[in-house]
Design a protein. Structure first.
Length: 368
């Protein structure tokens, strides 16, 4: 029988097929990338060994770059600068072995070296070369670098997005939302949901100034929906703003409603100016209950609530969430991030700017 697919099931089918296509394309790209990364690492290894055993100096690299260009003009990526990067790349990961961790463990006498444990070959080889250059420049801590490598693969970050994530210290924000997920969701789903959300969220792409209304914040986020989705993270699909719910012949409106493709659940987001208040949790619990009853399909996971406010007291938030039965998180949002102290100290003062614009010393009452 060729029964038609129910309309409610079609979006899920389409999403699954698109995901499979994307995964196949990614595997093809990674196969090429793996060989390139392995080649660059091996060249760096050869240069390092020759420098140590035969005393080669740095002058050999410009000569290599020139000869490769002359003898293999069709081959790209072997400029003097890039060959130096290959050497630096090898020295960043000298213990890297293109072998399974179990083999590395045997060769190391039963213990996996820390460098191999943190940076197995399959992880390093999956990261594009341009991303590696950025990671070597911007991340010096090994655990932090590993986090960004894994996040790049999980989220499909481009080089520019990776740079933005590093500059906004994404590794310090991910999974930091205050929540009751561990109490309301079974493991491992509770851990997955926790790691999907962050605190704080950075909305520095908005141009709002205090005081502003919550509706202005909502409008700004929708106007910059692509940037908002990027900050939320992979998997969020926008459903609607001011989503209407009718309960008991009364009208209610959800600020923002999303569906998370990986978690397979609806996500209700409420935007609040100022500090978190305990009564926000009760209202969010109500919204999640209605969405579960009205919108949630049988195969969907329980709806998640996320309250975004400008400040929160974690103790108050934890007490407020403990008394509700729906999985809810509370995070803060920032419109701008404070400059690091060392950078702020280098910026000119208002007086210095005025003096520069005035072409000299500012006027004093005596000189007028």
């Amino acid at each position: 029988m060729n029964e038609p697919l129910p309309a409610s099931q079609y979006p899920g089918l389409l999403a699954d097929i698109k995901q499979r296509i994307g995964q196949a394309q990614t595997r093809a790209i990674l196969a090429v990338n793996t060989e390139l990364i392995r080649l660059y690492w091996e060249i760096g290894q050869m240069l390092d060994a020759r420098q140590k055993t035969e005393g080669w100096g740095a002058a050999v690299i410009p000569r290599l770059a020139l000869d490769i260009r002359n003898e293999l003009p069709e081959v790209k990526g072997f400029s003097e600068r890039n060959i130096k990067r290959m050497l630096a790349f090898y020295r960043e990961y000298p213990a890297l072995e293109f072998m399974p961790p179990a083999v590395a463990q045997i060769q190391a006498g039963g213990k996996v070296p820390q460098a191999v444990a943190l940076f197995p070959a399959e992880l390093v080889a999956s990261i594009p070369w341009g991303h590696h250059l950025l990671l070597m420049e911007k991340t010096k801590n090994a655990a932090t670098r590993q986090w960004y490598m894994k996040a790049t693969l999980a989220n499909g970050w481009s080089r520019s997005i990776l740079q933005m994530q590093i500059e906004t210290a994404a590794h310090t924000r991910q999974g930091k939302t205050t929540s009751n997920f561990a109490l309301r969701l079974p493991p491992p789903q509770s851990d997955l949901v926790q790691q999907t959300l962050k605190d704080p969220y950075l909305f520095d792409f908005l141009t709002l100034t205090e005081p502003f209304h919550e509706r202005e914040l909502e409008t700004g986020l929708i106007r910059h929906l692509e940037k908002f989705l990027l900050e939320l993270g992979q998997g969020f699909a926008f459903v609607g703003r001011q989503h209407h719910l009718e309960v008991g012949e009364q009208d209610f409106y959800i600020d923002l409603l999303f569906y998370h493709l990986r978690l397979r659940c609806f996500v209700v987001i409420e935007l609040k100016r100022g500090a978190f208040k305990p009564e926000y949790a009760g209202k969010m619990n109500f919204y999640c209950s209605v969405v579960d009853d009205v919108l949630r399909h049988a195969q969907d996971a329980p709806t998640i609530g996320l309250i975004l406010c400008q400040q929160q007291n974690e103790v108050i938030a934890e007490y407020a969430l403990r008394g509700v039965d729906k999985p809810i998180g509370v995070s803060t949002f920032e419109l701008t991030r404070a400059l690091p102290a060392e950078l702020a100290s280098k910026l000119p003062s208002i007086e210095q700017i005025e003096r520069e614009l005035g072409g000299g010393e500012p006027e004093t009452p005596e000189s007028q």
